[in-house]
Design a protein around this ligand. Structure first.
Ligand SMILES: *Cc1c(COP(=O)(O)O)cnc(C)c1O
Length: 371
């Protein structure tokens, strides 16, 4: 039995009778650009995020780029972020005219280390961009305190964390609620995936929302009036319709991911060579990824490949070691926790539609490898 890393066809089979009519409705009206589904989805996602405004855009990458653009960075302005993330997190800082400043991660959660953020603050720091990696929120309370005391912005990269929660002072706070602006991705493999590219920003800052709405539409709220230079980064109406149809399932899908994760973690308890993901007791994880630390990771990967078991290494090269950022001067050993994680991390299939038999097959293969 092969076990794919992700099986979007399995999900499609369960929801096509809801999604296809929603798409047909858009097609019948031919309102492909900023049709009714877009503001509807914006309202729904803002509500889910406990935020006032949702602003759809073309991708998760743009959902980070546009708020960074709204900061009007000038050369030498710094944005502190994690090196252990998807490339877009740092690529957008560069493309917005800023300098990414990478700091190390916490080895247990793989998320940005607030103590390291604090040490990296300079007079040029304009923002902090934490990533809620794999679907588990970063230590927002600490990060908010740092940002507030320095008067700098907090931009959440929640591309992997829509619906994730964290208990702060006894209350559940969600991804998207605590930062200045939060970016989501609707890339098809994300927990809430479109049938193409898509993204959204959420914020409770009225002026910020206004600015982001302009930036995604060539800098003008009114057609042919341009207050500043923006770009074309709209969320496609067809994608918004797909997402609206899928959204009611999201909580259930994330719950199924958590169940699979608990099943794996229990089974791996007696395999000392692998370390299951640590879930901070304050967090409700949505398991966008289920990521082990594994001894002899590359050999394990080869075995899984041979056995037809899906897996992935997120991320094999931390961003401070990427050739495009060589000019920033980081060296091997500069950020040891991120580098260590990049040598040990391996993600296993965790999509909601996995069967017990498939989970067992993954577990047995890993057990067999270490025996
Ligand atoms: C997927 C992802 C993005 C970018 O989203 P796209 O929709 O692919 O542009 C940004 N940051 C992280 C952490 C991601 O996982």
């Amino acid at each position: 039995m092969n076990v794919p890393m992700l099986d979007l066809v399995a999900q499609y089979q369960t929801i096509k009778n809801e999604v296809l009519p929603a798409m047909m409705q858009v097609i019948e009206t031919q309102q492909f650009i900023m049709g009714a589904s877009v503001p509807q989805l914006e309202t729904e996602v803002a509500r889910l995020s406990h935020a006032k405004h949702g602003i759809g855009c073309a991708s998760g990458t743009d959902a980070l780029l546009l708020p960074l653009k709204a900061l009007n960075l000038t050369p030498g302005d710094e944005v502190i972020t994690t090196p252990f993330t998807f490339f877009a997190t740092a690529g957008t800082i560069h493309n917005a005219g800023g300098t990414p400043v990478f700091v190390d991660i916490q080895p247990d959660t793989f998320n940005i280390d607030p103590a390291a953020v604090k040490r990296a603050i300079t007079p040029r720091t304009r923002a902090i961009m934490p990533v809620h990696l794999y679907g588990q929120m970063a230590d927002m309370l600490e990060l908010m305190a740092i940002a507030k005391s320095r008067g700098i912005k907090l931009i959440e990269d929640a591309a992997q964390a829509i619906g994730a929660r964290r208990k702060i002072d006894g209350e559940w706070r969600v991804a998207g609620e605590l930062g200045w602006v939060t970016g989501y991705s609707f890339f098809p493999s994300k927990n809430l995936g479109a049938w193409g590219d898509g993204g959204m920003m959420v914020t409770s800052d009225d002026a910020g929302a206004e600015r982001l709405r302009k930036l995604r539409l060539h800098g003008g709220a009114r057609q042919y009036h341009h207050d500043e230079v923006g770009t074309n980064s709209r969320l496609d109406t067809l994608q918004a319709a797909v997402l609206l149809a899928k959204l009611p399932h999201l909580a259930q899908w994330s719950a199924q991911r958590r169940e699979h994760a608990a099943y794996y973690t229990k089974a791996f308890a007696d395999i000392p060579q692998v370390k299951p993901p640590y879930v901070d007791p304050s967090n409700e994880h949505i398991f966008h990824q289920y990521t082990l630390r594994a001894e002899r990771r590359d050999e394990l990967q080869a075995r899984l490949k041979k056995e037809g078991i899906g897996h992935a290494v997120y991320y094999p090269i931390p961003l401070h070691r990427q050739p495009c950022f060589a000019h920033l001067g980081y060296k091997d050993g500069s950020l040891p926790q991120a580098e260590h994680a990049s040598r040990e991390a391996i993600s296993l299939p965790i999509y909601p539609e996995l069967t017990r038999a498939q989970l067992d097959r993954v577990i047995d293969t890993i057990r067999g490898f270490y025996q």
